[in-house]
Ligand binder design. Structure first.
Ligand code: FMN
Length: 357
């Protein structure tokens, strides 16, 4: 078979994953409403990608607190009312043979005004009067929201959760000195800046049982790659089960891949993190083709590979690769993917709909 490494199984905390292809978390804006309850559009979205063959399906950023959503139509897990819809997703995904993980999320300082008039974070941002520093009691409340999110995800049948610790959202804001200027036990030293994430990780591990997978999306440049590596090493020491290496939500200190490295700095960061960890590492960003994905696995540069936008553009991307058929290619829209507004605007998907699909 072609792409033998990519299609080889691997284990994640003892659970067999049928291949190395991950559907990374990607919010489907407009698929739910203010309630954050998963509905038919979400079911269809995950059903097609799982049926297609991805080994690991990471459900999109799901809000642990209503006031910390990144948009008013984002999946939620802040109440037990969310469990039935999420259970439907896990039974569909499992039915198609994929492992299911849910991404737990809080937007922190980038919570938009439509969601909350004041965005809360480790510290207020000097140039943004609509932001405020969290009190220690509020921090404890949000840590508890994340832990309850883990417990609800488990109740909904997920095999595990992934903390959204990248892209400049709340967990990443705490770890990064760009946003965290606190002088109490949640700021200052490396250990203090990681206390927020540490308490979430410890709480989820304590309450969700030894078999429940706990991963984290980690911002590589937080603010430097060395910091990102140290964060990953620390999380591993707490018992993290996998690390998913992406960007840290800012354009400073971007690592420079060496000459001849044929992938971007985020993939390079994943490779560098992998050198220091024993747990599986997922590489992501513009990997795009099966050939490029396979190379990373074959050469031991990553354990899993996330293929995001290509699986938005072609729900059956994996199946098409596996059967040697043409994929419906992502057109790499600039300045950014049209799915951020609506899947209906994706030019590749429009093309697909014109075919009999
Ligand atoms: C529409 C859209 C929504 C996204 N939502 C999330 C999200 O919920 N959580 C997250 O960690 N990353 C999110 N991402 C980032 C993707 O997971 C992925 O890292 C990014 O698309 C780069 O991978 P790719 O080049 O394979 O698409 C999103 C990306 C897109 C295009």
């Amino acid at each position: 078979m072609e792409y033998r490494s990519l299609f080889s199984p691997h284990t994640l905390k003892g659970l067999k994953v049928r291949n190395r292809i991950v559907l990374p978390p990607m919010v489907c804006f407009g698929y739910t409403d203010e309630t954050g309850i998963a509905g038919p559009k979400n079911f269809e979205h995950y059903s097609t990608r799982a049926e297609s063959g991805a080994g690991l399906i990471i459900t999109e950023a799901t809000a642990v607190n209503k006031d910390g959503r990144a948009a008013s139509s984002q999946l939620g897990i802040w109440s037990d009312d969310h469990i039935p819809g999420l259970s439907e997703i896990t039974s569909i995904v499992r039915g198609h043979g994929a492992v299911s993980i849910l991404q737990l999320h809080h937007a922190g300082l980038v919570t938009p005004p439509a969601v909350a008039p004041v965005a809360l974070g480790p510290s207020a941002e000097a140039d943004k009067p609509s932001t405020r520093e969290l009190t220690v009691d509020e921090i404890h409340g949000i840590i508890s929201d994340f832990i309850k999110g883990g417990i609800r995800a488990r109740a909904a049948g997920f095999d595990g959760v992934e903390l959204h610790g990248a892209h400049g959202y709340l967990i990443n804001q705490f770890t990064n000195t760009l946003w965290n200027h606190r002088t109490d036990e949640y700021g200052g030293s490396f250990e203090n800046r990681l206390r927020f994430a540490t308490e979430i990780i410890e709480g989820i591990k304590k309450h969700c049982g030894p078999e429940f997978i706990l991963g984290c999306r980690i911002g590589a440049n937080t603010p430097t790659l060395d910091d990102g590596i140290n964060v990953a090493v620390h999380y591993e020491s707490l018992g993290l089960d996998y690390a998913h290496i992406s960007h840290g939500g800012n354009l400073q200190n971007l690592p420079r891949p060496p000459k001849g490295f044929d992938y971007n700095w985020m993939v390079y960061s994943g490779v560098r993190v992998k050198e220091k960890l024993k747990i599986p590492v997922i590489a992501v960003n513009e990997i795009k083709t099966a050939e490029r994905a396979n190379y990373l696995i074959e050469n031991g540069l990553a354990d899993f590979v996330s293929v995001g936008r290509p699986q938005l553009a072609d729900p059956y991307w994996v199946k098409h690769i596996q059967q040697g058929e043409e994929v419906n290619a992502c057109l790499s829209c600039k300045p950014r993917c049209r799915w951020y507004e609506s899947s209906e605007l994706c030019p590749a998907r429009k093309k697909l709909k014109e075919q009999v699909y």
